[in-house]
Design a protein around this ligand. Structure first.
Ligand code: ZN
Ligand code: ZN
Length: 178
């Protein structure tokens, strides 16, 4: 199963955003938001007054959506699309081939993120690929892992957790040898 590139991008930015609220919070300043906007190459109205608080506020709902079962995710997706008055259309811009935008380009950033994530989740749900989204394998981590790899090799939500897991495994081997 392969997903369209705009689906994958929306999931990547949504998961990144959802995980940013874990300690240490990585979306605390307007600069953090501007960096997030640039990193995931959002188009449309750039972040402005009030957007930081509104984007921060959708992180918990996004984490809930990504952590949901397939059947639990359906009403969450439908609610987002209804509340944000999603109106999908095909667009081509900035050298990018046809892809979907679900809101007008001047909709507030948090609304665009919500709708794009919800539309990406439509694909995931229809394809019955919810296992692409999982909880981080690190015991004490609530992070969301997005695994779009062919061999399903991703277990940890971040390089930090990957490194911590390696340290734990090393210590366990040392303890076994002693
Ligand atoms: Zn676009
Ligand atoms: Zn983690």
């Amino acid at each position: 199963m392969s997903f369209a590139s705009d689906t994958v991008e929306a999931l990547e930015s949504g998961v990144f955003l959802a995980n940013s609220e874990l300690e240490p919070d990585t979306l605390e300043t307007f600069e953090d938001l501007t960096e997030f906007y640039a990193r995931f190459e959002f188009s449309g109205r750039p972040p402005g007054e009030g957007d930081l608080e509104r984007v921060r506020a959708i992180r918990t709902p996004l984490r809930r959506l990504f952590s949901a079962t397939r059947d639990e995710a359906v009403p969450l997706v439908n609610a987002i699309l209804a509340e944000q008055h999603a109106l999908p259309r095909l667009v081509r811009h900035d050298g990018r081939d046809w892809h979907i935008h679900g809101t007008s380009d001047d909709a507030p950033l948090h609304a665009r993120i919500l709708v794009e994530t919800a539309m990406a989740m439509i694909d995931v749900i229809r394809a019955d690929e919810m296992t692409r989204l999982d909880r981080c394998a690190m015991d004490d981590c609530e992070g969301v892992v997005l695994d779009m790899s062919r061999n399903r090799s991703r277990k940890y939500c971040s390089p930090t957790c990957t490194n911590r897991a390696a340290v734990h495994a090393y210590r366990a081997r040392q303890a076994a040898e002693d």
